[in-house]
Structures are given as C-alpha cells and as structure tokens.
Design a protein around this ligand. Structure first.
Ligand SMILES: [Fe+2]
Length: 170
C-alpha cells in the first residue's frame, strides 16, 4: 500500500516472483563481487559502474521475463505508448551498507525491484512519503524525488534491481 500523499508512485507486483527471484539471484551472484565505497554510499556488490551492463545475463533475464509486463503497467498508469529503460543495475546491501539521499538524473522515473527484502527496516526512505513494500514489488516514483537506503543494521541481505526510465508517446 502506498500512502495517498506520495504522488505518481506505483507498486507493481512481479508475477511468478519466487522463480524469478532464484534465477536472478543466481545470475547476480555469479558475477565477480564488486563493492562500491564512495562518500555517502557503501554497497557490497553492484554493477552500477561497470561497462556493458546490458550484455549481462541477469539483465537479459530481467528484460525477457519481467520488463515487458512491467512496461505495460507503467504505460497504463501514465497513459503513454512506450517506456524507454535507459539503465538497469543491481545493488546488494549487507550489514553496514547504505546509500545517502539522492535523486536519479536524466530520466522521468526511477524504479526499485525488491528482490530480497528480509526486513521492513530496509525499505527505501522517502522522508515524508511512507511506503509499504514487500519482496517481489517494483516501486516506481518520479526520479526527482529524494530518497535514501537506510544503513543495514541487520545481518540480513537486501538486494534490489533498479531502473531509470522515461515515457515516450511515439
Ligand atoms: Fe536511488
């Protein structure tokens, strides 16, 4: 459920989630571990900065099995013909990991697919906007809305796949 005061935010529930979860996690964790450690961001494993992300197996799997239906959902919500996904990447948050407040530039929408969300404390923080998310949800929101990933103080792992996209009419 979304609080009604979070404008233009939508939740899409991924079909056959358990199957896709296992397959995507296998594909993500077969990639060499790649840690991001910058000012304001600590993530245990991510391909955000890696080249040729679109050629990765998990991206192909995501495109073939999930994005098509998800794009249809977005087009219905925003009354547009197409969605252009500019970017897809994953982030793994282990104990101590976090991502400070930020926005997603150069796109209309940001989406977060919660592949592993073992505790509510790990839900993305939108400040004044409260969201109720569960594993298997893709949360989509205007890319300019500031958000952060709270520091993981649990020993449980959070894994997300994120996309940046824009709406097209022709
Ligand atoms: Fe973000």
């Amino acid at each position: 459920m979304l609080q009604k005061d979070f404008p233009y935010a939508f939740i899409y529930k991924v079909k056959n989630f358990e199957k896709h979860k296992n397959n995507l996690l296998n594909l993500i964790f077969e990639l060499p571990e790649n840690k991001i450690e910058t000012n304001g961001c600590s993530v245990s494993h991510s391909d955000y900065f890696s080249e040729q992300k679109s050629k990765k197996e998990y991206v192909k799997y995501f495109q073939e099995n999930i994005i098509k239906d998800f794009a249809k959902f977005i087009c219905e919500k925003f009354n547009c013909k197409f969605v252009n996904f500019h970017q897809v990447w994953f982030q793994v948050y282990n104990y101590g990991d976090y991502h400070k407040k930020h926005r997603h530039p150069n796109c209309n929408l940001a989406s977060i697919f919660y592949l592993e969300l073992p505790h509510k404390k790990l839900i993305t923080d939108f400040g004044e906007y409260k969201v109720e998310i569960e594993e298997g949800d893709i949360l989509t929101f205007p890319a300019f809305i500031e958000h952060s990933s709270p520091r993981n103080k649990t020993n449980l792992r959070k894994t997300i796949i994120s996309t940046n996209s824009s709406l097209l009419n022709d």
